[in-house]
Structure formats: C-alpha cells, structure tokens
Design a protein around this ligand. Structure first.
Ligand code: AMP
Length: 365
C-alpha cells in the first residue's frame, strides 16, 4: 500500500504498529495495542528495552541506522514513538516510507523549549516570561525580562530536571550557561504556582478530540511522584485546560496523545509549562480509572480508529515507584492498588520502575 493510501486507511486488527523507543511508555503502548488485536514492533537501541518483552517483534539498532530503520518501516503499517527526542533524520527516513504520527512539525517544535514557548505564546496562551540565552552576555537582559529568580534550561534534550538550574541573578545565570557547556538555552521566570496540573488529550486523524480530566501533579527532585484526579481545578479551569490542549493539538495538526503540563497560578490563571508529544506519566491513572486508557487512545488515534470515551469512572491517585521503591513489590501487590511494573532489570536512584494506582468511587465531576 502506498504511503498516502496508508495514511487514509485505518489499520485493521492484525496490522503492525511500529513504536520507536522501548521504555515503559512503549511497553504500555504495546500492551494496549495487543488488546485491540494489533501486533507491535519496537525499535530501540537498548538491549534490555522493557518493551521488547511484550511486543511481537523488535529491532535492536541505533536511531541513525538507515538500513535498520528502512527494514523496520517495511515491517509496520504505521509508526509512532514514545519519546520526543527522535532525531529529525530518523523521523524523515520513516516518514518517507510509512505514515508517522505525530508528525515532523510536532516533533520539531516540542524538541526545542524556546520554539515551543514561542509557539504557545503565538496561540495566545500564557507561559512564564521567557527569553533566549545564546551567550553569557545575554544573561543580564534576559533576567531583566523574566525577573528573578529564574530557571535557565537548555533548549534541547532536558528532561526530569536535567539541563535546568535555578538562578538568582545575572552572574549565576551566566555561570549556569557555562555549566551547560554554552548550549543554547532559555531563561524562564520562576513561577510561584499554587500547584501543577496537566491535560492529557488525544486528536484523531480526522481532527476529533478527546481530553481526560486534568490531574494535579506532585513532583520531587523534578520527577513526577503523584498524579491525583480530581485535581483542585474548578470545573471552569478544567474546561479551560482542555480547550488549551485542543488549541495546541489543532495548531500542530496533531495525531495521537499529547500532554500539556500546566502551572496553576495563585490567581487561578493557567500557564503552559511544556508540551509532551506522546503519552505521559501524568496520564497513567487512565489505565485503571477510565474505560479507554491514554495508551489505547494513542493507538486508536495513530491507527486511524475512532477515539474512545475519556470519561473517568473512578477517582484515582497514581504513585510512581522510583528507584528502590519497587523493592517493596510484595507489600504493594497486597495493598489494594493496581500495580504496574516495567520489568527493568536494574534499579537506579531516580529510575521509574513502576507505578501503582489507587481508585475510589468517583465523587465529583
Ligand atoms: P520541566 O522539565 O520544564 O517540566 O520542569 C520540571 C519541573 O521543574 C516542573 O514540573 C516544575 O516543578 C519545575 N519548574 C520548571 N520550570 C519552572 C518555572 N518556570 N517556574 C517554577 N517551577 C518550574
């Protein structure tokens, strides 16, 4: 089937979904795909990728291995990914052969914090004040714009707090920039938020849209610890958050699940922190509290299927199991929550090893 015909035809059960990346997100995508009758083919450069164990096929190769990428594309009906830092050249090779969702534009914008903030601001959505820092000399003017304190972040390749430094003045900002080996960076005003929340939402190939209820997210050491639904957001704020996600998804002509991380200001305003063009840790509670999880929703979207109902039937608290937390698996297994373990062989401090979701009957809208 030609690439264009494939993009306009739903993938039938029995078809193969290719997933770039083999971590826990790829693993849970593969599990959800399998429940809909699909095969999955995982592509990862990690020999022990957690997703390999649950997929019909896998390719162990580097992301710049053009031959391996071509063979992988040939084996799949459609290709998606579980991480945003897919090299542009990799996406290009795949996109030339098979439909790839989300598309190259969503990847390019969300790979760069500065481009992403500019894109969000151009849509009329609020963000922290921000300024580009391309050299230590930019620090003073940037800080004058953002106000102090501020956070210097590398434009590319940061996650879970890596490539980020809180700074109090221009001298610290300059030193942080040099600490990042002069990598092009963005300075953001430090938001004294009331709490953090996120919207996990999906857009189908036909432009249909479905958003889950926004969870409240608690972080420790820059890593997500807990997501709680319902959050402290009012019904009006929930509706506004979902509308923001829709605006972003429409503007990117997005296909698949995306997450928009939000700061909830003390005056009730919603600021966009960042966009993740993929399923997201703050959406894991949907596996147990919704009829259709974020993972199934993503597979439905990329396969050209109708989106499922995102309504939650239960209230939920999702807790990440980080590092040694997982050694408590036997007690956790008897604690009444829904336990999800990622099958990672090595425990490391800060490594996401699993999560547990506790449900309560739904109390509120
Ligand atoms: P990020 O990698 O940008 O999602 O940042 C990770 C975490 O750092 C966020 O979830 C916040 O807890 C904190 N953070 C990031 N940027 C800011 C900011 N501009 N103001 C306050 N806290 C921030």
């Amino acid at each position: 089937m030609s690439r264009d015909k494939a993009a306009s035809t739903p993938v039938a059960p029995g078809g193969t979904i290719g997933i770039l990346g083999g971590g826990q997100l790829g693993r849970m995508l593969a599990q959800a795909a399998s429940a809909l009758g699909f095969r999955t083919h995982i592509y990862s450069d990690e020999p022990d990728a957690p997703a390999f164990a649950v997929a019909a096929a896998h390719t162990l190769a580097h992301y710049d291995d053009a031959h391996a990428l071509e063979r992988f594309a040939a084996a799949c009906d459609v290709v998606t990914f579980e991480f945003e830092n897919v090299p542009a050249a990799t996406a290009e090779i795949l996109a030339g052969r098979k439909p790839i969702y989300p598309g190259a534009r969503a990847l390019a914008i969300t790979q760069d914090r500065l481009d992403e903030k500019r894109f969000v601001a151009a849509l009329g959505l609020k963000t922290a004040p921000f300024a580009a820092v391309a050299s230590p000399n930019d620090a003073e003017a940037a800080l004058a714009h953002t106000g102090a304190p501020a956070i210097l972040k590398t434009r590319r390749l940061g996650y879970d707090g890596k490539g980020q430094m809180k700074v109090a003045d221009a001298a610290q900002a300059g030193a942080a920039f040099r600490g990042f080996k002069d990598a092009p960076s963005i300075l953001e005003g430090f938001v004294d938020f009331a709490f953090e929340a996120s919207v996990v939402a999906a857009r189908g190939r036909d432009g249909s849209f479905a958003a889950y209820d926004p969870p409240e997210n608690l972080h420790g050491d820059h890593i997500l610890r807990r997501s709680i639904v319902p959050s402290r957001l009012s019904a009006a704020q929930c509706a506004e958050a979902k509308e923001m996600a829709k605006k972003i998804a429409d503007a990117l002509d997005y296909v698949g699940v995306l997450a928009v991380e939000l700061f909830v200001a003390k005056d009730g305003g919603l600021l966009v922190n960042e966009i993740a063009p993929r399923v997201h840790n703050s959406g894991h509670w949907t596996q147990d509290a919704c009829l259709v999880s974020q993972f199934e929703q993503h597979i439905r979207a990329v396969a050209g299927w109708p989106l499922g109902n995102p309504a939650r039937h239960s209230d939920a608290v999702m807790e990440n199991l980080i590092g040694e937390d997982v050694s408590d698996w036997l007690r956790l297994a008897s604690s009444g929550g829904a336990l999800h373990l990622y099958g990672k062989k090595t425990v490391r401090p800060g490594r996401k090893m699993g999560h547990i979701t506790r449900l309560k009957p739904r109390a509120s809208a």
